[in-house]
Ligand binder design. Structure first.
Ligand SMILES: [Zn+2]
Length: 392
């Protein structure tokens, strides 16, 4: 492979490059090289909830503190072989993701290329921290409880929120179509179909795709009918709704690792135990999506669990029946297509970005090889190299 600047110039047998004898040569014997991995559902501004609860991160950690942490998270992510992320909401850290993305692009800090969503948009009173959990708190004009996303109700407000986030630097618009708003804390749809449609129209008019968090079937159905681009989680999705997604080309990001991480933190879950109800639901949704032929990308919800371990999501996909090579494709070529980067990222091909990752073992044979990353290049620049004997 010949790399010039940030791009792959050519790929082929060694003789093909006889004319380029002056080029610096990097040999990686025994290493399997593959395109840089992409996690299409991350939260760089969160860290695991067993360290600090989600509420406490939003309420007690300043935006500046969270941004400094996010920089470290970005570095750990890149070094683990993930060269691009779609980061779906700062969860209370404002539009700091836009600044983080810029600092990475400007070469000030190391990190993956980012596609960001800024604050995300939720229906009024339909996210956290929940006012009911804070004694003596009465929402009003003079007092506000910091929120993990931007609230909106009605067509005018949701359209305004979409346009505002777009103007502040969002690459994607992230909407929450449901949340734990039921009287017993059960998950209920939040935005109406009309609100979702209006948001999608405003986002698409601005050239931005829409990602929707949806857990219950009705919220997924509304999102699908409204013409969104991706649906996240989907644990309660019916076969019919996944069939509708397949028909309309809406991609699914299954976030299989998140329920496992939550179970580990709060229900003492480990591999020797039966999957929890949420884990079982996530597994069933994944199966439905595969049966119905939905486009399945790789999105882990990392941030709920430790940054730098997004590979857990690929391991789950394989554990639930996908071939390793298909999980790798989901995290490279499929995710690149979802991100509208199919002519830039996700393949080792002439003209593509030189985002390359090497493992000492072959991950198409054993997905666990992703824990053995020995070479990372992003945009033609070597980030880490423990194998060729060359100094990065
Ligand atoms: Zn998420």
């Amino acid at each position: 492979m010949l790399v010039e600047g940030a791009r792959i110039l050519d790929v082929g047998a060694l003789e093909k490059f006889d004319a380029n004898k002056g080029a610096e040569r990097i040999e990686l014997p025994g290493v399997t090289l593959f395109p840089g991995l992409i996690d299409a559902h991350s939260h760089l501004f969160l860290h695991p909830y067993n360290e600090t609860s989600w509420d406490d991160q939003v309420l007690k950690e300043s935006e500046a503190y969270r941004t400094l942490r996010a920089a470290r998270h970005a570095q750990a992510t890149l070094e683990s072989g993930f060269t691009a992320l779609r980061d779906l909401g700062t969860e209370g850290a404002g539009t700091a993701d836009v600044a983080l993305k810029r600092a990475i692009e400007d070469g000030i800090i190391p990190g993956p290329r980012l596609f960001v969503a800024t604050r995300a948009i939720v229906a009024t009173g339909s996210y956290g921290p929940a006012a009911r959990n804070y004694s003596g708190f009465h929402p009003g004009p003079d007092c506000c409880l910091p929120q993990g996303a931007e609230e909106a109700s009605g067509i005018d407000e949701i359209v305004r929120a979409v346009r505002r986030q777009a103007s502040l630097g969002a690459d994607w618009i992230k909407l929450y179509a449901d949340y734990r708003t039921g009287p017993q804390g059960e998950v209920r749809p939040t935005f109406s179909e009309a609100e979702l449609r209006a948001a999608v129209e405003a986002a698409h008019d601005s050239g931005r795709p829409v990602a929707v968090h949806a857990m219950v079937d009705e919220a997924m159905r509304r999102a699908a009918v409204a013409g969104v681009d991706t649906i996240e989680h989907g644990y309660g999705g019916s076969r019919e709704t996944f069939a509708l997604m397949a028909k309309t080309g809406i991609a699914f990001l299954p976030t299989l690792t998140a329920p496992e991480a939550i179970a580990e933190y709060f229900h003492a879950h480990d591999d020797s135990r039966e999957p929890t109800e949420n884990m079982a639901m996530a597994a069933k949704a994944f199966q439905f999506a595969r049966d119905e032929g939905v486009i399945i990308g790789c999105g882990s919800d990392v941030g709920v669990f430790a940054h730098g371990t997004s590979r857990r999501e690929l391991a789950w996909m394989v554990r639930l029946g996908m071939r390793a090579v298909d999980a790798l494709e989901a995290a490279t070529a499929v995710n690149a297509k979802i991100l509208r980067q199919e002519s830039e990222l996700g393949r080792i091909r002439a003209g593509f970005r030189a985002d390359l990752v090497g493992s000492r073992r072959d991950p198409t044979r054993d997905i666990a090889a992703l824990s053995d990353i020995c070479f990372v290049m992003k945009d033609g620049v070597i980030v880490s190299d423990t194998e060729s004997g060359r100094r990065p």
